[in-house]
Design a protein around this ligand. Sequence first.
Ligand SMILES: [Zn+2]
Ligand SMILES: [Zn+2]
Length: 281
Amino acid sequence: MREKKLKITFWGVRGSRPVPGRETSVYGGNTPCVAVEAGETLIILDAGTGICNLGNHLVGTRKKVKAHLFITHTHWDHIQGFPFFTPAYLPANELYLYGPNNLDRSFADLMRGQMVFPHFPVRFEELKAKIHLNDIFSGDRLEIEEGLFISTAQNNHPGGGLSYRIDYRGRSCCYLTDTEHYSCIDAYLKNLAQGADVIIYDSNFTDAEYEGTSGYNTKIGWGHSTWQEGIKLARASGVSQLIFFHHATHRTDEELFQIEKEAKVIFQNCQAAAEGKSIIL
Ligand SMILES: [Zn+2]
Ligand SMILES: [Zn+2]
């Protein structure tokens, strides 16, 4: 049997805000959070509301939580779960947080900002876990554990943001969310994703929604992409597996079924990310 090298689990797949309810119960309504296990090392991508359930799962299954948490950017939907991430409250735990800064504000300031009184009753400084906050930049390549590399590229998104690539023992996955495509393939993302086993891609819109032929107006300049553009990027980068991610708040389970069906005709190895599902590489 082939050794499992990377295990990717989706805890939150929705963009913008949580959307609980009957029409989203299959794919899930929590905002972005993806866990990637690389051997014994836990990487968490984004801290949307999906991280709350992940946190409870970790506390229930591990004596001590050590995790590397990479934030794409500090829009609410990508950090709003962090104040409810149980492992951050327990002194035995150790969390390494990485994310981009914004002009004169460090990543640490941005993370602390959402917990400032009276918006939240607990201040960041009162969290009991050992927390290390690190600014990370486009073009960085870090070796966070032996043989486990994280590379970054810049996103096309209001206020900026980073995409991430994880490489471990010949397996690789890319997390490319909150980024808008250009009229030609985005060279930064193409370089980052080149030859990866899987890409998780911002598929907030359909092409018709993006162009404004479906919905109330065009979404050009909103900083998000489409599933059709995900297929173009996957092809350009030589990537064999594509996961649609950051589903729009209005996207029902039924619509996601239809998108998967339509997309598989032109790119067979694709699917819409669903909470609770895992991919093993
Ligand atoms: Zn988002
Ligand atoms: Zn955003």
